[in-house]
Design a protein around this ligand. Structure first.
Ligand SMILES: [Zn+2]
Ligand SMILES: [Zn+2]
Length: 373
C-alpha cells in the first residue's frame, strides 16, 4: 500500500519517472484504462474501443457527478462501518485513550469512547458541509459584470502571464491574469487553480478556502477512523492472543496469525484501516502541497506555467552555449517537495506579498493587490 501511495504522489518526479514507481504512477493514473481499451479493441473490434473512449470523454472531459457519488459512498459507507463495527465496542482501556488521559481531559481526548461517539459524526457533518461548499459554491467565474474590475486587480507579470489581457474566444471576454478557461466546465475562472473531479467544480478565487478546509477535515477524519479502528483491532488481538502458546511462535508464524485475525475474522475493520490509512496519507500530502502554494500565493496552474518557463529558459541557455543550464522539473505535485524549486519560483512570483498577506487574500477575501508591472 505504501508503494502505491509513493507511486501516486511522487511517481512523476524525474528521479522516479523511469523506475517501477513511475510505471505504476502512469498505470494507476490512466494507463490501466488504455490497456482496457486496447484489449477490448483486439477482442471486440474498433467500435468497442471507440465506445470506451466516448465513455472516458463523458466521464473526464465534461462535468458529471460520478466521483461525487463515489465520494458520498465512501464517506457514508466508512461512517456506517465505524458506527456499526467499531464505536459500539470501544472501551477506554482498548483504544489507547488511557495514554492521553494524563495530558487531556476526557472530553478533549479523541480516543475516549464518549468523545469519539460525538467527534466522528461531527467530523463527517463538517466534511459534508465543506464538500457542498466546494462543489456548489462559485469558484469565481469571470463574467461581463466583473470583468473590468478583475482586470485591474489581476495584472500580468510579463513572465507566466502576458501584461496585456488575453481574449477568451469561448466566453468572448478579455481574461485577466491568473485566470484560465476550464475546458471541462466551459467557463473562465478567476485565480484558477485546477478542476477537481471529486467536487465536480473548478477551484479558484472564491472557493479555494473551502477546498483547503475540505482537504484538512477529510485528512483528520481518515486519520481518526484509521487510528481508533487500528487501536481497537490491536486491543482485541492482544486480549485473545496473549497466552504462552502464541508467545512461543516464530515471527513469521505470528505474522500469519495476525493476518488471519485481521482479514479472516475482522475483514471489514481491517479493510477500513487500510483504506482510511492510504486516504489519510494522500489527503495529508495533497493538503500540505496546497497549503504551501497558498502561503506562496501560487496556484497549481501557475506551477505548470513556471515549469514551462523554466524549460524554455533552459533550452535558451543551451542554445546560446551556456552549457547544461538549469535542470528541468517534471511533475507539479512532485515539485511540492523540492524546496529549491519552490523557493526559486516564489522569488520570481510578483503576486507573493508575504505569507500572512497571501493567506489573508484567500481567507479574508482582502482586496487584491494590483501587482507591479
Ligand atoms: Zn473562457
Ligand atoms: Zn472546471
Amino acid at each position: 500500500m505504501l508503494v502505491v501511495v509513493v507511486a501516486v504522489l511522487f511517481g512523476e518526479h524525474d528521479r522516479l519517472v523511469s523506475t517501477p514507481f513511475g510505471m505504476l504512477h502512469r498505470f494507476l493514473l490512466g494507463g490501466w484504462y488504455d490497456l482496457v481499451v486496447h484489449a477490448s479493441q483486439k477482442i471486440m473490434g474498433k467500435t468497442c474501443g471507440a465506445g470506451l473512449r466516448a465513455v472516458e470523454e463523458e466521464a473526464c472531459g465534461r462535468p458529471n457527478p460520478l466521483l461525487q457519488f463515489l465520494y458520498l459512498g465512501l464517506v457514508l459507507g466508512g461512517f456506517h462501518v465505524a458506527n456499526v463495527y467499531v464505536l459500539p465496542d470501544l472501551v477506554a482501556e482498548d483504544t489507547g485513550a488511557l495514554a492521553l488521559a494524563s495530558v487531556l481531559p476526557e472530553t478533549a481526548n479523541p480516543f475516549h469512547p464518549e468523545t469519539a461517539s460525538w467527534a466522528l459524526p461531527s467530523l463527517v457533518s463538517i466534511g459534508l458541509l465543506l464538500f457542498c461548499m466546494a462543489s456548489f459554491g462559485d469558484p469565481g467565474v469571470l463574467t461581463e459584470a466583473n470583468c473590468a474590475v478583475k482586470r485591474k486587480e489581476y495584472v500580468g507579470d510579463g513572465v507566466v502571464f502576458p501584461v496585456d489581457d488575453k481574449h477568451c474566444r469561448t466566453c468572448a471576454l478579455r481574461r485577466p491574469a491568473r485566470s484560465k478557461h476550464c475546458s471541462v466546465c466551459g467557463r473562465c475562472v478567476l485565480r484558477f487553480d485546477h478542476h477537481c473531479p471529486w467536487v465536480n467544480n473548478c477551484v479558484g478565487e472564491r472557493n479555494l478556502m473551502s477546498f483547503l478546509a475540505f482537504l484538512l477535515v477529510h485528512f483528520a477524519l481518515c486519520a481518526f477512523v484509521c487510528s481508533i479502528t487500528a487501536l481497537h483491532l490491536g486491543a482485541r488481538f492482544s486480549a485473545t492472543h496473549s497466552g504462552a502458546g502464541y508467545g512461543g511462535l516464530s515471527a513469521s508464524a505470528r505474522a500469519l496469525v495476525w493476518l488471519h485475525f485481521c482479514f479472516a475474522r475482522h475483514p471489514i475493520e481491517s479493510v477500513c484501516v487500510v483504506m482510511t490509512g492510504v486516504l489519510a496519507l494522500m489527503l495529508g500530502a495533497f493538503f500540505a502541497y496546497h497549503a504551501r502554494l497558498a502561503c506562496l500565493n501560487l496556484t497549481t496552474n501557475e506551477m505548470f506555467k513556471w515549469e514551462q518557463v523554466e524549460r524554455w529558459e533552459e533550452e535558451e541557455q543551451k542554445n546560446s552555449g551556456g552549457g547544461r543550464g538549469r535542470r528541468t522539473w517534471a511533475g507539479c505535485a512532485s515539485d511540492a517537495w523540492d524546496s529549491a524549486t519552490f523557493r526559486g519560483r516564489a522569488r520570481r512570483n510578483m503576486y507573493d506579498v508575504g505569507c500572512a498577506g497571501n493567506l489573508a487574500e484567500i481567507f479574508l477575501g482582502r482586496p487584491k493587490r494590483r501587482g507591479r508591472r
